[in-house]
Ligand binder design. Sequence first.
Ligand code: GDP
Ligand code: MG
Length: 762
Amino acid sequence: MSTKIALAGNPNCGKTTMFNSLTGTVQYVGNWPGVTVEKKEGKVKGKSDLIVTDLPGIYSLSPYTNEEVVSRDYLASGEPAAVIDIVDSTNIERNLYLTTQIMELGKPVVMALNMVDALKKSGDKIDAAKLSEKLGCPVIETVALHGKGVKEIIAAAQKAASEKTKPAVIRFSSDVEKAIGAVEEILPSEIEESTRRWMAIKVLERDSVILSKLKLDEESKIKAENETCALEKSHDDDIESIITNERYESINAILKGVLVKSGKTMTASDKIDRIVTNRILGIPIFLAVMWFVYWVAVSTVGTMGTDWANDVLFGEWIQGGAQTLLENAGANPVLIDCVVNGILGGLGAVLGFVPQMAVLFILLSILEDVGYMVRIAFVMDRVFRKFGLSGKSFIPLLISSGCGIPGIMASRTIENENDRRMTIMTTTWIPCGAKLPVIAMIAAIIATKFTNSDGSWVGPAMYGIGILSVLLASIILKKTKYFHGPAAPFIMELPQYHIPQLKTVLLHTWERLWSFIKKAGTILFLACLVMWFLSSYGWSVKTEESENETVAQQTAEKQVFGLVEDANESIMAKVGGVLRYAFIPLGFGNEEGGWQCAASVISGFSAKEGIVTTMGVLAGASDEDTKALAGAGDVSDVISGEEAGAEESEDGNAKNAVDAIALWFPTGLVAFCFLLFNLLDSPCLAAISTMANELRNRKWFWFAILFQNAFAYIVTLIVYQLGNLFTTGHFGIGTVFAIIFVLMFLYGLFRKNPYAEMDKKN
Ligand code: GDP
Ligand code: MG
């Protein structure tokens, strides 16, 4: 039988880092709390009978948040044979608060005094031997990040588990001890000796979960309640504060002679934070950093790679090569078209962005690993709080900048059900990895439409608009019946900055790129096939000469289903041609390019990269010469015709897919609005199904879908109509609607909160 060992500790103390180091796996290490929401198990490297569990980070074992419930249930269960309590040594006072509770559970405990590297830098000292003596459990100095002390800690845990060594009992003041003793007596006899003290404290604290599990009889319940009331009266405080104070007092006693502070007040980290998390400078610095990241990735370094990938790698080598190969093999022209223009054209359009994405992912991973991202949460917390929103809602947003799915799941850390729902609905407005190729494509198009812009502002603008939209929507929703409520308190500690680890950065980058490439091989591949079919087949009018002699010379016009010569006759053109009308008020429902835009928006629900692949396929389909030649079936003609026309098409400027796509957007404003709508509408199917899971309610789910798309539609309409008004002076019915919507927004934002009084009382 294998032995299970739990890793427990505060958020950001290095549990996941320790877990990865122990198991040799690569779970996501996040530099902010709430990344681990569910527990994860893994076998210890080299010791296959040992299993470690990474638990969500918590500050206490009270049952208020989901993480607390998950961690507590597991720790209190019979499963783990020992607990490794990971402690951030740079913040030991606070971390010991949880330690005192873990020790009460009566399980063998060993303490990992983690981040001693950072402790050394701060100049503080902790006497591990003395601490171990006081706590009655092994204390081992570790640097999880470098694997230091990791072997020792697991050996100690294994030993403690087999010997079943109990940690010392941390005593409180005598009157509280007496009350605990009295409650211990009332507990049912089947409760094990080792957990009685913990249970008794929880009963004293009126812990509803424990009380309902225990099923005490009425008499015992009254006795326990009397003990609690007596304490509350004599201390003139509520029971939870009493116990909290007791814990902090015992922590002070433990740390006496153990912790020696250097007296240095400001570390380098603190000095940087003074600027980076500054009230006024914090947000401008964030936007500047984001702009720099996008400028490097999308406009300079990454662009070179992408230009090469688009023009040379995909345009000439792969697409051209495949065409020649298939033709030489005598393949059917329809098949050639399907492979070259459908699959390779579509996938090439999106895979061409891999170099840009790689640069972007590297830079974002560095920012994350250094510890900058968690500062953003801290800065935004202040902004959110000003509007009665919890900063906790910002963590899912940060996570969503990688992928919306874990972002939506991270909303579980929000206790307030209304806030949680609101966060699930809005968190995918932050550009995720899949939206990056769309952003990069539109940025390139905008750069060609406005010659005086390099498009590097488009990316940061999308983050800005995403955050702003979440903020505005939340303010409006918070004043309604279904979403009002006080903001949950949010405690967050800023970990020390540290030099990013090459391994972590490369792993994160690779993880993201790999999931993208996997998607290209599966869902995007399918989407390309479907799009190629829908854009190549349709009903065209064929003139048939009748063979019947008696009705000689008669010709019949017939609608025939099959390959169409003109993409405008395809099924997709027909469907998109109807849908495009819905997008006319948003600017991208034009006669030219409108159906392609509409089709791309729809395919974006399969995966957001699907927008780019679909545009790639449709750009290939619009190449009428190829179609005509393919239809004629003369292979040699296709070869000569195609090769001559490959570099320069009719228009003379469409050298690759992106250039062809640019022709569908008459102005930069239209391109921007297309991007804006795709940023704010419902996310991809995978994220939508995660939303459904997390909302756990059909009514709310449909409300969320409706809300997201309506919000996207209205915001885009406002931007397009007002943008058009300012750039061309055009005023029409759309402008009137835009103004009405703006007024409605303003009303929603500034009206008095009818629930303000009610929420204050709670
Ligand atoms: P968790 O929330 O407890 O799972 O913490 P993580 O494992 O995600 O780590 C939080 C942050 O602390 C990450 O940026 C780690 O790289 C960093 N970290 C973990 N262990 C150490 C350590 O021993 N020393 C230093 N300096 N940083 C560490
Ligand atoms: Mg973790």
